[in-house]
Design a protein around this ligand. Structure first.
Ligand SMILES: Cc1cc2nc3c(=O)[nH]c(=O)nc-3n(C[C@H](O)[C@H](O)[C@H](O)COP(=O)(O)O)c2cc1C
Length: 133
């Protein structure tokens, strides 16, 4: 399995991860759950009206953390906006519950993908493993 596929699978199975952004000199963190592997890129979804979106527009550096089965994963990198409608459609198809709040053409739905990502799998019992994508 490719590195990015392993990262996707972990996040998908964990269901919830925590997304940290930078707001001036103040870190901000919140729970997220959207995750999609599309054409070799790892995407998350949000709404452009949210503070998290505005923070990423000002500074794309971000880190996410998820915990599952005694292991945790951190992914650090940049989250880059992608206006490709097909990705938004794929995201809403993968996570149909989003359709109650979002539509690909609503001007709010936003998908972003990780660029220059470093992912580290950790546990209390094994040495950390770092992969990049
Ligand atoms: C389990 C869980 C998963 C969530 N997943 C997302 C998500 O994938 N995208 C999103 O925009 N908001 C998601 N939210 C809601 C955000 O956490 C919430 O809107 C948060 O306030 C956004 O951060 P901000 O206030 O800094 O903009 C989720 C909330 C929970 C409890």
């Amino acid at each position: 399995m490719q590195n990015i596929e392993r990262v996707y699978q972990f996040l998908d199975e964990a269901q919830t991860y925590y997304l940290a952004t930078v707001d001036g000199d103040q870190p901000r963190v919140r729970p997220f759950g959207t995750i999609l592997l599309y054409e070799g890129r790892l995407y998350i979804q949000t709404g452009k009206v949210k503070d998290v979106s505005k923070q990423l527009a000002a500074n794309p550096k971000a880190e996410i953390c998820a915990f599952k089965d005694g292991k945790w994963l951190r992914v650090a990198g940049e989250l880059i906006n992608d206006d490709d409608r097909a990705v938004k459609v794929a995201m809403l198809e993968k996570m149909p519950s989003l359709k109650a709040m979002y539509d690909p053409d609503d001007g709010n739905t936003q998908v972003l993908y990780f660029k220059n990502a470093t992912a580290t799998f950790s546990s209390f019992t094994e040495a950390p493993e770092t992969v990049t994508f």
